[in-house]
Design a protein around this ligand. Structure first.
Ligand code: F6P
Length: 551
């Protein structure tokens, strides 16, 4: 496997970085009037403006060389050909097959999977249409009004994010709910607002072994049976989405009410599969198809566009530059559209669960930082909370600003205010405000000289802080599908360059194992926790909980 630090591009990039640290973005824009025009890429209704990164033509060329030295084109070809890129789980990675139109072969281990993909989609469509037209009836003969998706991680975040993003196009009768937290509060809130006879539960779990999901599903089933007075109601009110028919049957859901998918679909890449059932129910099969078509268009762009004009590749290379060369440890996602407020949470799993790794595919240590800490929320709220740190804090943060050009149903005047803020924040981070500018402004405002001297250090902004702007022509299923696929491929490209397996998640295992053991120990009926079983802190927490149960 390629040795990142030994690649010819790596030391050359470091040298470029050192040279660029002697200049700033203001200067780069001033000395190159073509910069903004050159540092843009467009595909599938999305324009990426990456000119506000501290990059020059030479560093960009070197980043492209780094990608070539990491064998990116070959790895991309292997991805689409169904190679087992998820080596630690010995699995192909083919979520792209889920969004391809019929008529194309997708081979996994010598088998064409396309027919199965479309067969499941047809069943999803038939079911979604019955829910939507009111012909799927609950046990008492009533149409469904509330759909509750019970799932977590990839079985929650994608559908929840997309349903929220496209809720202006959602079915007017069907109310969508998402339950992931196992603390009892979330499901309690949802169930209090639902009527058992008109509520349908989708239990979504790739493995169907996830503790939180199964516990919530059991609670929902008990609630239904309690109100319906019979376990027979389950068949009309529960469907499952999973790769494991056996586990679904063991739980007590008829496999006839199950929508399957496959081990070559990673959880965090699964919203295109039956995991997307809540999306299809909410926005309808045609719009779900449009979501898939947008993602497919981005797949085609990604696999065929030259690297230098390839939107996901450029997003990935800007990220590599910021993390590995400018040493920025975090990445803010700032969507300037209320409907995209769940996007940062979705991208957290996509990026941090995929590339939050310190071991390469060959088992050796990664010699550089990998996934940044990705965070954020809707940008306007962020401005009035943590943007102070972005502008004047001691840590620099890379930002992805995401904006939508068409206002959709929103009042254009208000939409324009949000857009103005996006543009202004990206500009402010880039430009900053020099001491001379700050002094000039204060003098113009008539402040006394002594006050100007006192305030000056506080009113200077260093600027030179990098950001991307991603502009969507409109927020519709097609463009949203393309945006999500662009981020997926960005994650893949970065993982390929770092040499990590972006498709496993062993780091989540230990906590799950320990939680199962602690759960037993919290039961006051079990013997007190042995002193050698845990450290003092852990034991103390367990004892505290047991003590309050005993009161
Ligand atoms: O714990 C992490 C994880 O395994 C994610 O990768 C996955 O999306 C989530 O849990 C849910 O898993 P499942 O769909 O199998 O319930």
């Amino acid at each position: 496997m390629h040795d990142l630090l030994q690649s010819s591009a790596w030391p050359a990039l470091k040298a470029r970085r050192d040279a660029l640290l002697g200049t700033d973005l203001r200067t780069l824009f001033r000395t190159d009037p073509e910069r903004a025009r050159r540092m843009q890429a467009s595909a599938c209704g999305i324009t990426l403006d990456y000119s506000k990164n501290l990059l020059c033509a030479e560093s960009l060329a070197l980043l492209l060389r780094l990608a070539a030295e990491a064998d990116l084109p070959a790895r991309t070809a292997a991805l689409f050909a169904g190679a087992h890129l998820n080596a630690t789980e010995d699995r192909a990675v083919l979520h792209m097959a889920l969004r391809a139109p019929p008529g194309r072969e997708w081979m996994v281990d010598g088998v064409d999977i396309a027919a199965e993909v479309h067969a499941v989609r047809r069943r999803m469509r038939a079911f979604a249409e019955r829910l939507r037209d009111g012909t799927w009836l609950g046990h008492g003969g009533n149409p469904i009004t509330d759909v509750v998706n019970i799932g977590i991680g990839g079985s929650d975040l994608g559908p929840a994010m997309v349903c929220e993003a496209l809720r202006d196009q959602a079915h007017p009768r069907l109310r969508m709910h998402f339950v992931s937290n196992v603390d009892g509060v979330q499901i309690g809130d949802v169930l209090r607002g639902c009527r058992p006879e008109t509520t349908l539960f989708i239990v979504a779990s790739k493995t169907f072994t996830t503790q939180e999901t199964l516990a919530n599903a059991r609670a929902a089933r008990a609630w239904l049976i309690h109100h319906a007075g019979s376990a027979e109601a389950v068949a009309r009110h529960f469907v499952a989405v999973s790769t494991s028919a056996a586990a679904v049957a063991a739980f007590g859901i008829d496999p006839a009410n199950m929508f399957g998918f496959w081990d070559w679909v990673g959880g965090r890449f699964s919203l295109w599969s039956a995991i997307g059932l809540p999306i299809m129910v909410a926005i309808g099969p045609e719009r779900f198809d449009a979501l898939l078509a947008g993602a497919h268009a981005m797949d085609e762009h990604f696999r065929s566009a030259p690297l230098a004009a390839n939107l996901p590749v450029l997003m990935a290379l800007c990220g590599i530059w910021n993390v590995n060369f400018l040493e920025l440890p975090s990445q803010l996602i700032a969507p300037y559209h209320q409907r995209l407020h769940r996007l940062p949470a979705y991208l957290q799993q996509l990026d941090m669960e995929s590339n939050g790794k310190s071991v390469r595919l060959d088992g050796s240590a990664v010699p550089c930082p990998t996934s940044p800490i990705l965070w954020g929320e809707q940008g306007i709220n962020g401005q009035h909370a943590y943007f102070q740190l972005l502008h004047q804090g001691t840590q620099k943060v890379a930002v992805d600003f995401i904006g939508v050009l068409e206002p959709g149903r929103a009042d254009e005047g208000l939409h324009r205010i949000a857009f103005a803020n996006l543009v202004a924040q990206a500009e402010a981070l880039m430009r900053g405000r020099t001491a001379a500018e700050a002094e000039g402004e204060m003098r113009a405002a008539g402040l006394p000289e002594e006050r100007i001297r006192e305030l000056l250090p506080h009113r200077v902004f260093g600027g030179n802080r990098p950001s991307n702007v991603l502009l969507l022509e409109r927020l519709d299923p097609r463009t949203l599908g393309a945006l999500i696929a662009a981020y997926e491929h960005r994650t893949f490209v970065q993982g390929a360059i770092w040499g990590v397996n972006s498709f496993d998640q062993w780091g989540v295992e230990l906590g799950k194992q320990l939680a199962a053991r602690v759960l037993d120990e919290l039961d006051p009926a079990t013997p007190a926790v042995a002193s050698e079983a845990h450290d003092g802190s852990t034991r103390g927490l367990i004892e505290r909980y047991r003590a309050q149960l005993a009161c």
